[in-house]
Design a protein around this ligand. Sequence first.
Ligand SMILES: Cc1cc2nc3c(=O)[nH]c(=O)nc-3n(C[C@H](O)[C@H](O)[C@H](O)COP(=O)(O)O)c2cc1C
Length: 303
Amino acid sequence: MNLSISLGNLWLKNPIIIASGVFSIDSAPYFPLPDIGAVITKTITPLPREGNPSPRLWETTGGLMNSIGLQNVGLKRFIDEELPRYLELSLPIIVSISGEKEDDFPQMAEKLKDKGVSGLELNLSCPNVERGGMHFGKDAEVVKRIVREVKRASSLWVMPKLTPQAPDIVETAQAGREGGADAVSLVNTFLAMALDIKTRSSRLGTLMGGLSGPAIKPIALRMVYEVAKAVRIPVVGCGGIMTAEDALEFIIAGASAVELGTVCLLNPSVPSEILKGIKEFLREEHIGDIRQLIGSLKTSNNG
Ligand SMILES: Cc1cc2nc3c(=O)[nH]c(=O)nc-3n(C[C@H](O)[C@H](O)[C@H](O)COP(=O)(O)O)c2cc1C
């Protein structure tokens, strides 16, 4: 049975990727690394960031809200101290990068280009300080420009991660492809709020946070379907995947691979269970190659 897939010229032994923000080099021993296709690092920014005030997590019905605020050690310390340890894990390492202005992305790519990483995921769900805080990923032209400049600055494999806050996520995905992206991933978290009625204030240290987990799955699935149908580069699906069945739904909708986020916080050994479930399904359905399942959705009865 073949479980390997290609995202452009990046080959993965299976379609299970750990999403940005839920894996760190110190939590690596808790994950079943041999069952994982690739790992995406937490988002790194040019300079260190302390992140947002606490509380940073709030559980909602069927979901999790976070406002971590991109806490990280900054690119220099990441390259010097963390990356060598990531590379010892002997699985593809995709580095998630972000910044405060467009130029930050190509400048970081330049510094990462010969460091042994397998590719870059561009976290575009962050405020662009040059544009009054509007998220990069909400403007298709900005997405195209950032991808193009990152490709120019490095020969690395590049995957913009789309925000569901974009007015038209298909348009942003197309802009990413026009900029030269090797794949697109979607979705990042949905901007959301939760309030404490007694104190009349946010449950989080910030007014708003990002919603993830099962609550967002049906919307993420619909977006993955629409993007995969319209864009001719591989799509990586993400959002509320908890089980093998969830992962298979994304693959059938058109995703070549899936990212697991929130579920890894509950149970880091879940990638093994999901991989096992995918294998069982392929066996039951007499499918010898997972690639046969990608985009196999039948829509003839639903228009
Ligand atoms: C605690 C936490 C931290 C996250 N940090 C990042 C991050 O640094 N960069 C990023 O691109 N996405 C980050 N995400 C978003 C996830 O990668 C993923 O896109 C989102 O949570 C939806 O998937 P899920 O429902 O499987 O969690 C974070 C999510 C959570 C729950």
